[in-house]
Design a binder for this molecule. Sequence first.
Ligand code: KIV
Length: 269
Amino acid sequence: MTLYADTPKTLTITDLMAMKAAGEKIACLTAYDASFAGLLDSAGIDILLVGDSLGMVIQGYSSTLPVSVDDMIYHSRSVARARKRAFLIADLPFASYATPTMALMNAARLMQSADVQMIKIEGCHIETFITLTAQGIPVCGHLGLLPQSVHRLGGYRVQGRQQAQASRILDDALAIERAGAQLLVLECVPAGLASDIAHKLRIPVIGIGAGADCDGQVLVLYDMLDIGVGHRPRFSKNFMTGNDSIAAAIRHYCTDVKRGVFPGPEHSY
Ligand code: KIV
């Protein structure tokens, strides 16, 4: 039984916190345009993430690095025009938050021109979290696999398998929460580590390749519809299988997340 699925107003961070407290799983998908955003919103998806994954699935690049702040504004505006109920988050792209001042300017541009409710930043940039939060800009952290650091990491690999790395990710998660983050995305980490972090943090933890115990789940829309140009990662699932329309596949994903059926062990590490 969902508590917020029929909420007519646009969800706020307070609603997402209440969902965590009530044990209601949060369903999130990426969105890049108005048509899909409208479909996701009416299917009951709680969070629309305008991810810089658009560099790969929309623009056809081999990584997210070429995406610009202007690209993010263009796609966020398109999504914002169609959403009614879903909470809206947008990524700050590669190198657009190299200093807290740059982060503030670029986050403010996104919030003022594209009506997004929260900004997502990859990595543990404590000063930046403090600066944005002090200016009233809600921030979502992103730890584990950081796609913008793919060349430093040496590929898209599971993070936190070794004890030292796992402790570092947990410490970063706690530090980010203390610095004001109100949401955290955990990507490609062992399920046990993600579970530990989700239990230790007050803020909702949204997993992607992070096991079933997170407070919510996110997938790249084009992966779960199996229309991506690259290969579909193991942690994703083709929800078109057994569904006769895109809308049905999205509803199926939402239901499976809410019931805790997705992700299964085969999508976890
Ligand atoms: O850019 C993106 O789509 C993301 C998700 C993979 C979480 O950050």
